[in-house]
Design a protein around this ligand. Structure first.
Ligand SMILES: Cc1cc2nc3c(=O)[nH]c(=O)nc-3n(C[C@H](O)[C@H](O)[C@H](O)COP(=O)(O)OP(=O)(O)OC[C@H]3O[C@@H](n4cnc5c(N)ncnc54)[C@H](O)[C@@H]3O)c2cc1C
Length: 295
């Protein structure tokens, strides 16, 4: 990865992809982080009837059009998750697993699947609760950890953690999954991962250890990893001002942090593709103006 990007864009839904297209058309060095399949909220839509120019299109096909557009403009997607973003003054530092990348501006287009924190989660964040197994795995060498994976792709992070931790308890907290039908030995090659099909309810501390209350009783452990699709924006970016659950922006999609913009569902309703794509375009143009003013 480059030393410092002009614009880092987080999210590959319509907002992030639209922002990347506009920023690249303005000759900016762009880092686009998200998923090489675009966004589940796009690809899983059955039939879309309100995207201009594409009167009846499936989500899969729309995602393909988005990806094809990026390819034509030679824009790569970096399929990695951003764990934290720090405002450093003249630039932003993005933590991606154990790496740090710098960008002069950031556009946050990470959608809204974060949901409510568990009771006890916020108070213990960074003190036994983590959102990034690859970032913090080294802290659990020879210890025990619980991983609540909110999607099957988080199983790989549980595996990674189990290379260092003595024991990992994995909770598959998957949406619409038939847990009964799921095999008990999800990790046949990793005997130190125990799978429990229970849902996390709250977090507390007892005698210096973490306690995860689930719908099937307590689990005492050293650390708790909550691996959700996306993290609440104020936790991802310390100091970012919210308006309810959404990032507070003005009409230029600017947030309270100079050089930091947001677009798409994360800025509020209506949750619609074209609104997200439009905001991505505005955010990219605002980031370009901001970069020009810094010269
Ligand atoms: C089933 C379904 C059907 C829908 N049908 C329609 C419809 O017909 N018409 C319509 O207008 N709207 C529809 N919507 C709403 C639409 O999906 C959303 O409004 C739109 O996808 C929002 O786009 P976005 O770019 O803001 O976010 P999203 O599409 O949610 O994309 C967010 C992206 O950010 C990435 N991300 C999140 N956190 C991180 C991180 N930390 N690091 C890196 N990447 C990250 C995610 O992986 C994802 O790629 C539908 C939604 C659903 C769920």
């Amino acid at each position: 990865m480059e030393q410092r990007y002009d614009i880092a864009i987080i999210g590959t839904g319509p907002a992030g992809i639209s922002a990347a297209i506009t920023a690249a058309a303005r000759n900016k060095r762009v880092l686009l982080l998200g998923s090489t399949g675009s966004s589940d909220k796009v690809s899983k839509a059955h039939l879309i009837r309100n995207y201009p120019g594409l009167p009846e299109i499936s989500g899969d096909a729309l995602a393909e059009h988005f990806l094809e557009h990026l390819k034509k403009m030679d824009i790569q997607i970096t399929d990695r998750k951003v764990a934290m973003i720090y405002a450093m003054g003249a630039y932003f530092s993005l933590q991606i697993d154990q790496d740090f990348v710098e960008a002069s501006t950031v556009i946050l287009a990470s959608g809204v699947s974060f949901g409510k924190s568990l009771p006890g989660e916020d108070e213990n964040l960074g003190r036994g609760v983590s959102y990034c197994a690859t970032c913090d795995a080294a802290l659990y060498r020879g210890k025990e950890a619980v991983v609540a994976g909110y999607a099957p792709k988080e199983e790989s992070d549980a595996r990674f953690l189990a290379e260092m931790a003595e024991k990992v308890v994995y909770l598959p907290v998957y949406k619409n999954a038939d847990l009964e039908a799921m095999p008990d030995n999800l990790f046949p090659d990793r005997p130190n991962i125990e799978v429990r099909k229970s849902r996390p309810k709250s977090i507390s501390k007892r005698d210096g250890r973490m306690v995860l209350e689930t719908d099937e009783g307590e689990i005492e452990t050293d650390g708790i990893f909550l691996l959700r699709e996306s993290v609440s924006p104020d936790k991802l970016v310390p100091g970012l001002v919210l308006d309810g659950n959404h990032v507070k922006v003005d009409r230029a999609m600017a947030t309270n942090l100079p050089g930091f913009f947001a677009a798409g569902d994360i800025t509020g309703t209506p949750y619609q593709y074209i609104k997200a794509a439009g905001e991505g375009n505005v955010a990219a143009l605002s980031a370009v103006s901001y970069l020009d003013r810094q010269k």
